[in-house]
Ligand binder design. Structure first.
Ligand SMILES: Cc1cc2nc3c(=O)[nH]c(=O)nc-3n(C[C@H](O)[C@H](O)[C@H](O)COP(=O)(O)O)c2cc1C
Length: 175
């Protein structure tokens, strides 16, 4: 049994939702799992935890800057505890861009932080046009038009493969 800290960086809540599912899967498998918003807890004391998992979403090509900063500044502790990192983005709905080796945002992020967390994953996110501001909706619809995605302004599509999330939780627990 391990004590996990699951940290999320989210804008519209979907990465938090994925982290809640991870927490549930980990607890079901007999582990303890604490969930926290990384943006509000960048100074969190990692001592009470055996393992740390960090999930962050992409917005206009980037994770929030505090994510890479946290991973760089806490590298020593995170490496010692074995850290997992996953990125959530809409590009990952494409099968050829949904692994740590093929997803452009993951590749960029790993270069940015300068080290490789021991477990990595890329999850496809959620498209939720009604939730977006007018301009965000127009921009994302245009990007979707260029990449053969849905453009109906009423579309809400969850691309996340929950079996992949469950398999990731199991891999975290087994490692
Ligand atoms: C304003 C905006 C910009 C986005 N930019 C990108 C992007 O550049 N690349 C991408 O793959 N996904 C992009 N997405 C999709 C998000 O990564 C996806 O919706 C994800 O599920 C959001 O997770 P969150 O709710 O945890 O923030 C964008 C979404 C929004 C609303």
């Amino acid at each position: 049994m391990s004590r996990f800290l699951v940290l999320y960086s989210t804008v519209d809540g979907h990465t938090a939702h994925i982290c809640q599912r991870l927490q549930q899967f980990l607890e079901r498998d007999g582990h303890a799992a604490t969930l926290a918003d990384l943006g509000e807890n960048t100074g969190i004391d990692l001592a009470p935890f055996d393992r740390v998992a960090v999930g962050a979403s992409i917005r206009y090509g980037k994770h929030r800057p505090y994510v890479a900063q946290f991973m760089r500044e806490r590298r020593g502790t995170l490496e010692a505890k074995r850290c997992a990192f996953f990125s959530v983005n809409i590009v990952a709905r494409k099968p050829q861009k949904n692994t740590p080796q093929t997803n452009p945002y993951m590749k960029k992020f790993l270069k940015q932080i300068g080290w490789h967390p021991s477990q990595l994953a890329v999850f496809a996110g959620k498209l939720d046009y009604p939730r977006y501001t007018f301009w965000d909706r127009q921009i994302i619809r245009f990007i979707m038009l260029l990449t053969q995605g849905p453009t109906d302004p009423a579309a809400v599509v969850e691309y996340t493969d929950w079996q992949q999330v469950e398999a990731f939780a199991r891999a975290l627990g087994d490692a």
